[in-house]
Design a protein around this ligand. Structure first.
Ligand SMILES: C[S@@+](CC[C@H](N)C(=O)[O-])C[C@H]1O[C@@H](n2cnc3c(N)ncnc32)[C@H](O)[C@@H]1O
Length: 312
């Protein structure tokens, strides 16, 4: 079946994709949006596709091969966007897309440890070739209170205390090594868990993934760099899948659209800063019911769009 990138028509429209344009897809993944951008900007538009996962870049390289030199693929982290573009000698672009989170390819690769449907080592690193902590390191080494705070902060998990306690108890007997082991520990720690609408381990897995990959800081830094790289009139589109990400995007857009950073109690502006962005979409755009029916994974997606005004 054809891979249907989330909200792709809305993104193409929002990015004003046209021939001759230069676009960055900072989260290339399987290349779904990237291909649509290349098709929409033919015959000579260019796409710079970035992903921190080298395995995603390798897979996308094959899918994007028919577009030849119009597609430039780079393995790197969104948080280093400015440096990556300097290296690629790109100093201004017409549009930037961020489709956050993990791809279906990553979620479904059992050895990556992102999901708990199959048993796999608790890894969750988006780039397995870089040294860095894994989810296994966090669940086995983090002190109880701080483990609980990770579940609360990154998973908005209300039952963080009970889960953290259960994890600490379990690991005293033997280290927790796999996704199913962890999911079972969480399930058992929550009375009535079987009646929850989502699996009781869902929020904890989200929290661990965000912590392992430092996703929220990468997003904060990536947003700033993306705005800098946009040409005046260029558009930035961000698709997020949970409220933590969406809040960061919304607040950043609002702050940049306000310009003035003076405290509200000042009657007259003293900072003299002018707005850098215009918010294009009032509120977040959600997928239509038909898209959610065809692709249930799109149900929590929220798209926000902004346009560069000047300065920067
Ligand atoms: C939801 S998927 C993108 C799917 C893609 N739009 C498509 O249509 O196939 C998100 C991708 O972003 C990548 N990613 C997440 N955080 C990143 C970051 N900070 N820098 C670069 N890539 C990142 C992930 O590795 C994953 O491949």
């Amino acid at each position: 079946m054809e891979h249907r990138p989330v909200l792709w028509q809305e993104c193409l429209e929002a990015l004003n994709v046209r021939s001759g344009g230069i676009y960055i897809d900072c989260t290339l993944g399987g290349g779904g949006h990237g291909i649509k951008i290349l098709e929409g900007s033919s015959p000579d538009g260019r796409l710079i596709g970035i992903d921190r996962d080298p395995e995603a870049i390798e897979a996308a390289r094959q899918r994007l091969a028919p577009f030849g030199s119009r597609a430039i693929l780079i393995n790197g982290n969104l948080r280093h966007l400015e440096a990556l573009m300097e290296k690629a000698v790109i100093d201004g672009v017409d549009g930037v897309l961020l489709d956050l989170g993990i791809s279906t390819l990553q979620l479904k690769a059992p050895e990556r440890g992102f999901g708990f449907q199959v048993d796999a080592p608790l890894d969750m690193r988006m780039n397995r070739r870089e040294p860095g902590i894994t989810a296994q390191d966090i669940v086995n080494r983090e002190e109880g209170e701080s483990l609980g705070k990770i579940l609360l902060t990154y998973g908005e998990e209300k039952r963080w205390r009970a889960i953290a306690k259960a994890i600490v108890r379990a690991r005293e007997k033997k280290p927790i090594q796999t996704t199913r082991e962890l999911a079972m520990i969480i399930e058992k720690s929550l009375p009535g868990a079987r009646r929850y609408k989502i699996h009781p381990a869902t929020r904890a897995f989200q929290a661990l993934r965000i912590a392992v990959n430092d996703e929220l800081n990468a997003l904060r830094e990536g947003l700033k760099a993306a705005v800098k790289l946009l040409r005046i009139g260029g558009r930035l589109c961000v698709i997020s899948f949970h409220s933590l990400e969406d809040r960061i995007v919304k607040q950043y857009f609002q702050q940049m659209a306000r310009g003035c950073t003076c405290p509200p109690r000042l009657a007259v502006c003293a900072c003299g800063q002018s707005p850098l962005l215009k918010i294009v979409s009032r509120g977040a755009i959600r997928p239509a019911p038909e898209e959610v029916r065809a692709n249930p994974a799109s149900r929590s997606a929220r798209l926000r769009i902004t346009e560069k005004l000047g300065g920067g």
